[in-house]
Design a protein around this ligand. Structure first.
Ligand code: AMP
Ligand code: ZN
Length: 468
């Protein structure tokens, strides 16, 4: 299996640190709002990487954090007049709902930065002791130049960085020994969450949390560290400096980064106002379609989000779901039980699709080509299986299709059809439940309808609904 390593800028053969095991860490979102579709890209991509390793029989330990202490969270908390904890707890819960919709497996561990402060104090103390960090007026800085290999991931040269960062010298951080030094611990400001530390009350910098959580849950040496390409520098470069300086060992064998998701050919950003949350998309489409769309491109290619491409993904996925549904129907209703000789021969031929699928995935997780192999299987199934054939043949094809689509995290089970009259009845029941302040039942009905692809819209003229 080959994967592209940002560190060597090459595709490399995957050899795990420990036989049969994969230890991977994926930097998770900062939770101050609903996640956007850009955040969904690494989640979907690396969940698929995990699923493929599991398909190959590896035991995968997958860790992905939630950054629940950060300036943006504090700002949002102040705007709403609530605590930072309330904001992060709310959006972690919402993020988990979106993940479920996109069929992203929960991580083995989802650590929270605020629950790991003790470990951070230990690592920062260790770095100070080894001469890699120093304290000035309650702030602890990492002494970047002390770490000989700094820049090895992003392929940046320290002197170029220094000249490019002259502005840092006049930005109020002139207490630093060197403008390249970065923060490990910062002192408390009024109205901000803070923890006790040997350097006074304060809170950790962003980079230290990942070094600490990765070490705690996966050990000092891991197989894969991943995230979006914007994290290569400075976040991952700084993580390497901290972890390797503290542990005296190479941190991660492979570094994987997904390219960015753009929207209508523009960079997606809040200031441009072209920002789309996963939740918004879920009101229009089943999130399986978003997942299919994300996997239709290679993860290292920039991907453009547009209505047209989502429509194309919708029909692509429908083709697979319809084929699966057809196979299921035949496997339950055909008159013949066992495979004929011709069907046995046909089934042997499907080995080629599996081979194509696996070769695509083993070539740096080329999901676009893997999907093409699934379509070949679909076409083959549509032309060779029908109600005149056997149950056994249709069942074998169905199981094969499910096995491959499951690696991609795509659910091919058709959503149960629901009649308009049933929808109207449930909506009426929900209205009645709301009137009686039975919000639990009202929410239950909304979720039940959502699971069947029905979206409710509360409008001034009453509740309207549409099919996603
Ligand atoms: P953040 O909450 O900004 O730290 O982002 C969480 C994850 O989403 C990181 O791995 C980012 O690299 C990734 N990410 C953010 N925006 C995009 C985007 N537009 N396309 C792809 N990945 C993104
Ligand atoms: Zn991180």
């Amino acid at each position: 299996m080959k994967l592209y390593n940002t560190m060597s800028k090459k595709k490399e053969e995957f050899v795990p640190v420990e036989e049969g095991k994969v230890k991977m860490y994926v930097c998770g979102p900062t939770v101050y709002n609903f996640i956007h579709i850009g955040n969904a890209r690494p989640m979907i991509v690396f969940d698929t990487v995990r699923r493929y390793f599991e398909y190959k029989g590896y035991d995968v330990n997958y860790v992905s954090n939630f950054t629940d202490v950060d300036d943006k969270i504090i700002k949002k908390a102040n705007e709403e007049g609530v605590s930072a904890d309330e904001i992060s707890a709310r959006y972690i819960e919402e993020c988990k709902k979106d993940m479920e919709g996109m069929n992203i497996k929960p991580a083995t561990t989802h650590p929270l930065a605020t629950q790991e402060i003790d470990g951070m104090l230990v690592m920062i103390g260790m770095l100070i002791e080894k001469g890699y960090a120093y304290e000035k007026n309650g702030t602890v800085y990492f002494r970047t130049r002390q770490f000989q290999d700094y820049g090895k991931l992003s392929h940046k040269n320290l002197d170029d960085l220094r000249s490019g960062n002259r502005s840092l010298l006049v930005s109020g951080e002139d207490e630093k020994e060197d403008p390249l030094d970065f923060v490990l611990w910062k002192p408390k400001k009024e109205g901000e969450p803070a923890w006790e530390s040997p350097w006074g009350e304060g809170r950790p910098g962003w980079h230290i949390e990942c070094s600490v959580m990765s070490k705690k849950y996966l050990g000092e040496q891991i197989d894969i560290h991943a995230g979006g390409e914007d994290l290569v520098f400075p976040h991952h470069e700084n993580e390497i400096a901290q972890s390797e300086a503290a542990n005296g060992k190479d941190f991660s064998k492979y570094w994987m980064h997904n390219a960015f998701l753009n929207i209508d050919n523009h960079k997606m950003s809040k200031s441009l106002g072209n920002f789309r949350t996963v939740r918004e998309i879920s009101e229009q489409y089943d999130l399986q379609i978003l997942r299919f769309f994300m996997l239709s491109a290679h993860y290292r290619s920039p991907l453009n989000f547009s209505g047209e491409l989502m429509e194309a993904s919708k029909s692509g996925l429908e083709r697979i779901v319809n084929a699966a549904d057809n196979l299921k129907y035949i496997s339950e209703n055909a008159k013949i039980e066992s495979m004929t000789a011709e069907e046995k021969e046909n089934l042997n031929q499907t080995a080629q699709f599996v081979k194509d699928f696996e070769s695509a995935m083993e070539d740096d997780f080329n999901t676009a080509d893997a999907i093409a192999a699934v379509f070949d299987l679909v076409k083959f199934a549509n032309t060779t299986a029908d109600a005149q054939g056997s149950k056994e043949y249709a069942k074998s094809l169905y199981e094969l299709l499910v096995r491959l689509t499951d690696v991609l995290g795509l659910i091919v089970e058709k959503k149960e059809e629901i009649l308009d009259t049933e929808i109207e009845a449930l909506i009426a029941e929900r209205q009645a439940a709301r009137k009686e302040k039975n919000f639990a039942r009202a929410d239950e009905i909304r979720d039940e309808l959502a699971a069947k692809g029905i979206v409710l819209l509360d409008t001034r003229e009453g509740v309207k609904w549409k099919k996603a």
